[in-house]
Design a protein around this ligand. Structure first.
Ligand code: ASP
Length: 450
């Protein structure tokens, strides 16, 4: 049994959903189908999830938002009409959405989650109905009924372990099961979504739950590329990656697969395959436990911008017990999560995503580090980009750091910091945001074109 997840662009229009249908019925093993909400039909288009967020914001602010509501319904109407489905399903979608839009708005986060989740939920109902209209036995499956329970953190849910056992019973059901991605239910029965792009996580949880032989993740590219195609022209396609490599690459900016989606499949030992809905015969990228080396030490180069670093120095920091804990405790007080902490004898930098901190909090944090930790110097640096080179081969290869550093130097990119060592399969370079593309290009040239 395979679990096939189809992303937003794969269900963005009737024509795309017809491709989904062909793909699913061409392999009787594809029994569980997970869908995102309809995504962009073109570069300029807006995802249904973003339309829904706008709609919820209008209702939260003004108590109404008819235009935004109509924009969502119009997307479903167009798809349903082109698929030859009856108006009835559009009326149902429209009524259900109106009902949740007019529900209790006292808890804005919870309200937002319920609206966002409707994007996937209605898409799954529509896709199931289309399969049935084509003469196939297919059912929409509700995550609550199937037992997909998650932590009660709106917009950031984590799966609860009991879900896996609950989901196992889906194995015994007949027909094709169409499951909405992106959300589950809290134990109190409330809808809670994963973080953005979280339908990949649903697919992975289901694959682990039903003990699938393969988790197929259908998107709109033939494979995972070794670098961002918007930065490097025609980067090499990657045929196989290990779970660890994929996890690091998606964490550091490879948007093709959600960085939290690997763990369920990995723990259950289920291989993952990234494939293209628009070219399903292409072999795609397989993600496995172990692989043979394909391209020297480095498999991929990822980058992500929008980081800041809080640099703290204090003479004899190395001797002061609890310094790191106290520093991180201050950040915890502001609800901040950190990404990396490169450190020296008398200094430490904490790298964080900039968008979590506003100016007021930043000034307070700096003040507290001076007063509570008696730091000698505290400097906040903004607009940093993190460049990550990733590859299992790096463990056994001498000189990768030197090659990377000299490639960056030749391109005139100053390395603000290096983090290497904790992870055996990656190395991270912090550079100024303006140098991000230049850095990726220089590293790509070094590791893939030489
Ligand atoms: N529709 C959701 C989003 O845009 C989840 C997903 O597509 O995976 O974030």
């Amino acid at each position: 049994m395979k679990v096939a997840k189809f992303g937003g662009t794969s269900v963005a229009s009737a024509a795309q959903i017809q491709k989904v249908y062909q793909i699913v019925v061409s392999d009787p093993e594809r029994k569980v189908v997970v869908v995102s909400a309809p995504g962009k039909r073109s570069k300029e288009d807006t995802k249904v999830t973003d339309l829904l967020i706008h709609c919820a914001e209008q209702f939260l602010q003004y108590g109404e938002g008819n235009e935004a509501f109509q924009a969502v319904v119009a997307r479903y109407r167009e798809i349903a009409q082109e698929l030859g489905l009856t108006e009835e399903i559009v009326d149902r979608i429209s009524m259900d959405l109106l009902e949740i839009l007019h529900a209790d708005r006292t808890d804005a986060n919870r309200y937002m989650d319920a609206i966002k989740a409707s994007g996937e939920d209605n898409c799954a109902k529509l896709v199931a109905q289309y399969f049935v209209s084509q003469g196939h036995e297919a059912y929409y499956v509700n995550p609550k009924e199937a037992g997909l329970f998650v932590t009660d953190e709106p917009g950031n849910a984590q799966v609860l372990p009991e879900s896996y056992d609950n989901l196992k019973s889906l194995r015994d059901r007949s027909g094709i099961l169409v499951f909405p991605g992106f959300f589950g239910y809290s134990l109190e029965g409330k809808i809670v979504t994963f973080s953005r792009g979280g339908s990949d996580i649903t697919g992975s949880i289901l694959a682990a739950g039903v003990q699938a032989t393969l988790y197929e993740n259908f998107t709109d590219v033939d494979s995972v590329f070794s670098a961002n195609p918007n930065m490097v022209s025609q980067p090499k396609e990657i045929k196989t990656l290990t779970y660890r490599e994929m996890r690091e690459l998606s964490y550091a900016g490879f948007s093709v697969f959600h960085d939290e989606a690997l763990i369920p499949a990995f723990r259950a030992g289920i291989p993952v395959c990234i494939k293209n809905t628009n070219n399903p015969d292409a072999p795609g990228t397989r993600i496995v436990l172990e692989r043979k080396p394909e391209n020297g030490p480095v498999s991929g180069i990822a980058s992500d911008a929008g980081f800041c670093s809080v640099y703290v120095s204090k003479y004899l920091m190395n001797r002061e017990i609890g310094f790191g804990r106290k520093l991180l405790h201050i950040l915890e007080d502001y609800g901040l999560s950190y990404e990396h902490t490169p450190s020296g004898i008398d200094d430490i930098s904490v790298i964080m995503r900039q968008k979590q901190i506003d100016e007021g909090a930043e000034a307070e944090i700096v003040k507290r580090i001076y007063t509570e930790l008696s730091a000698d110097n505290v400097v906040v640096q903004h607009d940093l980009a993190m460049i990550m080179i990733v590859g299992e081969g790096m463990r056994h290869n001498v000189g990768t750091t030197a090659r990377a550093a000299s490639a960056l130097a030749s391109a005139g990119v100053n390395i603000e910091m290096i983090n290497q060592g904790s992870s055996e399969v990656s190395m991270m370079f912090g550079v100024k945001g303006v140098d991000e593309v230049k850095a990726v290009q220089a590293l790509y040239k070094e590791f893939f074109e030489k």
